[in-house]
Write a protein that binds this ligand. Structure first.
Ligand SMILES: Cc1cc2nc3c(=O)[nH]c(=O)nc-3n(C[C@H](O)[C@H](O)[C@H](O)COP(=O)(O)O)c2cc1C
Length: 340
C-alpha cells in the first residue's frame, strides 16, 4: 500500500455527512479541469473518467496516466476502473493507489459501449457473480473504500438483486444510473427504481440521471438516496454544486460564467502542459458554449477555438461588459445533445 494515498477507510461515509452533490464520471469530460471547477464549488467528491485496468497494468500507456493524474492539491477524487478480470483489477487498484492518490476506487458496471474490450462495464450486469468477485479482489488489494457504479440492468431492471450481491461482496457504496444498458441515454432515468435499491441495501446508494437543476436534485434526494450525482447538467454549470452545498439557488451573471469558461480553458492548457493550446483546447469546443446557453450568438466562435487567445476573443463581448446581477437557476437548460 502506498504512502501517497490521500485517504483513509470511511471516505464515502465521512463525505456523506455533508450537504452537496457528486460530479459523475464522464469519459471525455470529467478530467482534472472540470473536476477542479466542481471541487471549488463544493462537490462532495468527483469521479475520474474510466480507466482501463488492462491498459494501466499491461500497457502503462500515457493516456491512462493522464486520465488518472490529479490536479495539484486535488482531494476527494475517486478513480474509476474498467475491467473484468480479478487479478488485473487488483493490480490496477494498487497502481492507482500508488500513482494517483485517490480518495476511493470505483468499478465501472455501467458503460454500454460494446467495442470496449473484455466484457467489463455494463456487461457485468449480465454476469453479476463476476462483478462480486471483482469487488472482493479489489477490496483485498486496498484499505481504501471500493464502490461500484451500475445501471438498472442489461435490458431489464435487476438492480436490487445486483446491489444486494455487491453489498454482500463488501462494496462501500453503490451508484445507480437509473437506466438499463439497452436504453443507453434515451428515455428518462427511473428514480423510483433507484429508490428501491436505496431501500434494499445497507450501504449508501447514490442516484444518477437527468438532474439539471438544484430543485430537481433536492426532489430526487428526498426519495431516500444518500446523495445525488450530476453529470451532463454540471457541464458548463459547476454552480449547481455550490447551490446544493449551501442551500442557495444561484446562477451567476453571463459575465461571471464567461470568466469561468475562460478559466476552464486556462486550466485545460495548464493541466495538459501545452502553452500553445493547439492540441488541448479542441476537447473544450463542446463544453464552452454550455456556460452560455443564453448567448447563442457566441456559439459559432466558441466551437472553433484553438488557442487561449481564441477563447478570450470569443468571450470578449461578455468579459468586458458589466452584465447584470445574479440570475435565478435556469432549471432545465436544454443541452446540445453532443454526448450521444
Ligand atoms: C459523455 C458521457 C460519458 C460518460 N462516461 C462515463 C464513465 O466513464 N463512467 C461511468 O460510470 N459513467 C459514465 N457516464 C454516465 C454518467 O456518469 C451518468 O451516470 C449519466 O450520464 C446520467 O447522469 P446525467 O444525466 O447527470 O448525465 C457517462 C455519461 C456521458 C454523457
Amino acid at each position: 500500500m502506498s504512502q501517497l494515498s490521500s485517504a483513509r477507510p470511511g471516505f464515502y461515509r465521512s463525505r456523506l455527512g455533508l450537504p452537496g452533490a457528486v460530479l459523475a464520471p464522464m469519459a471525455g469530460y470529467s478530467d482534472a479541469p472540470l473536476r477542479q471547477l466542481a471541487a471549488e464549488q463544493g462537490a462532495l467528491w468527483t469521479v475520474s473518467e474510466m480507466i482501463s485496468a488492462r491498459g494501466l497494468v499491461l500497457g502503462g500507456d500515457s493516456e491512462n496516466l493522464s486520465l488518472g493524474r490529479p490536479f495539484e492539491g486535488e482531494t476527494n477524487r475517486v478513480v474509476q476502473l474498467f475491467g473484468a478480470e480479478s487479478e488485473l483489477l487488483a493490480r490496477a487498484v494498487q497502481k492507482v493507489e500508488a500513482w494517483f492518490a485517490p480518495a476511493a476506487i470505483d468499478l465501472n458496471m455501467g458503460c454500454p459501449v460494446p467495442k470496449i474490450r473484455g466484457k467489463g462495464g455494463a456487461c457485468l450486469l449480465q454476469t453479476p457473480e463476476v462483478a462480486f468477485e471483482l469487488i472482493q479482489a479489489m477490496k483485498a488489494a486496498t484499505t481504501l473504500d471500493v464502490s461500484a457504479k451500475i445501471r438498472l440492468g442489461w435490458d431489464h431492471d435487476r438492480s436490487v438483486e445486483v446491489a444486494q450481491g455487491l453489498a454482500a461482496a463488501g462494496v462501500n457504496l453503490i451508484t445507480v444510473h437509473g437506466r438499463t444498458s439497452a436504453q443507453r441515454y434515451t428515455g428518462e432515468a427511473d428514480w423510483e427504481a433507484i429508490a428501491r435499491v436505496a431501500a434494499a441495501v445497507d450501504v449508501p446508494v447514490v442516484g444518477s440521471g437527468d438532474i439539471r437543476s438544484a430543485a430537481q436534485a433536492r426532489a430526487r434526494q428526498a426519495l431516500g438516496v444518500a446523495a445525488v450525482m450530476i453529470g451532463r447538467g454540471a457541464v458548463g454549470n459547476p454552480w449547481l454544486f455550490r447551490a446544493l452545498a449551501t442551500g442557495g439557488d444561484q446562477y451567476p451573471s453571463a459575465q461571471e460564467r464567461a470568466r469561468t469558461a475562460l478559466r476552464h480553458a486556462e486550466l485545460q492548457t495548464r493541466f495538459y502542459d501545452d502553452n500553445t493550446g493547439r492540441l488541448t483546447l479542441r476537447p473544450l469546443r463542446k463544453v464552452l458554449p454550455q456556460y452560455l446557453p443564453d448567448h447563442p450568438e457566441l456559439r459559432d466562435d466558441l466551437v472553433q477555438v484553438v488557442t487561449l487567445a481564441d477563447v478570450e476573443r470569443a468571450l470578449a463581448p461578455l468579459l468586458t461588459s458589466p452584465e447584470g446581477a445574479v440570475k435565478p437557476d435556469p432549471g432545465a437548460v436544454a443541452l446540445s445533445g453532443e454526448y450521444a
